[in-house]
Design a protein around this ligand. Structure first.
Ligand code: DGY
Length: 331
């Protein structure tokens, strides 16, 4: 009697090496290929792997568009190891019955820590001070050297009172900050719990000493902060962005920082990442810039990797994964 062949194992393509044992766990259920090194796979390599993939584990640097989905006839899930998923054409995935998941929650506090770190560093010119101190620019103590802005008791405007925005608000309460927020809708209970007042965007911009952005990048939020909005801010205000670079019109921000229309900015994200050499942003002394490391703690990156692989394992078992961003694709 002829022996029955085992059905082929599902194939999972992981677009970068991951921390922890997330890949090992995937290997218990599938053939897994991991793109080596730190750089994203070139487009043609991604297309080639997608052609035979049942699941893709992607990062925010991997573009998953209609063309890629069309090249992936077996694909059941794109599991994005990020809370943001503006790198994925979700409508195109839904139309093809491909599930999309993200990794919310596990990175909330870590990202809020970085937003607050940028706020403090920008207000008190920490990075500038470090640079001066190391390069012979530390003069004798004098009353007007490297003056910054007080954080304690200042007004913080939070654009987007979601999980990360709320976590920033909780930190701000420890600094006795007055809290304003705006967003798609007023959140009575949460606002009351945090002591944050709902105001229109323009009021928030006009009244805040610090403005921090916590919205996803969508067609609606692209360039939410542009020349007009920066013009409404106080001349000694500081803008913090740990969401996505595209939420701010970077050219307008450069101009506002150069002309001192606002006092400073703390950015963890940019319209083009990495910021290319020669970009005017890099010339601005009143900008604190970190290289998109909002969620970059050891524990959080492990949790993100686990969450992203768990979603794939669930789908391979025929279950509905957690954190589906397009539940309508599951029916
Ligand atoms: C996200 O998760 O969207 C961050 O930008 C990276 O952790």
């Amino acid at each position: 009697m002829a022996e029955r062949e085992d059905p082929p194992r599902p194939y999972v393509f992981v677009t970068r090496e991951l921390p922890g044992d997330a890949v090992e766990r995937l290997r218990s259920a599938a053939e897994v290929e991991v793109w080596p090194g730190q750089e994203p796979p070139p487009r043609e390599e991604l297309l080639r792997r997608a052609a035979r993939a049942d699941a893709l584990l992607t990062l925010l640097t991997d573009r998953v568009d209609a063309a890629l989905l069309d090249a992936a006839p077996r694909l059941r899930i794109v599991s994005n190891m990020a809370v943001g998923y503006d790198n994925i054409d979700v409508a195109a995935a839904t139309a093809r019955g491909v599930l999309v998941t993200n990794t919310p929650g596990v990175l909330t506090e870590t990202t809020a820590d970085l937003a607050f770190a940028l706020l403090l560093a920008s207000a008190r010119r920490v990075v500038e001070g470090d640079r001066l101190a190391r390069s012979g620019g530390w003069p004798t103590w004098h009353p007007s050297f490297l003056l910054g802005h007080d954080v304690y008791g200042a007004t913080l405007g939070i654009i987007g009172l979601g999980a990360i925005g709320s976590a920033v608000a909780r930190r701000a309460r420890g600094f006795a900050m007055r809290l304003l927020y705006c967003g798609k809708r007023r959140q009575e209970e949460l606002g009351a719990e945090l002591g944050a007042r709902f105001v229109p965007l323009d009021t928030l911009l006009q009244e805040s000493d610090f403005v921090t952005l916590h919205v996803p990048l969508t067609a609606e939020t692209r360039h939410l902060i542009g020349r007009r909005e920066l013009g409404l801010m106080k001349p000694d205000a500081i803008l913090i962005n740990t969401s996505r670079g595209g939420v701010v019109d970077q050219r307008a921000l450069c101009e506002a920082l150069r002309s001192r229309c606002i006092a400073g900015a703390g950015l963890d994200v940019a319209e083009v990442e990495p910021v290319p050499a020669g970009d005017p942003l890099l010339e601005l002394y009143n900008l604190t810039l970190t290289p998109h490391v909002g969620s970059a703690s050891i524990a959080t990156r492990r949790r993100m990797a686990d969450m992203a692989s768990d979603a794939i394992l669930a789908v391979l078992r025929g279950q509905k994964p957690a954190n589906l961003v397009n539940p309508e694709a599951a029916v």
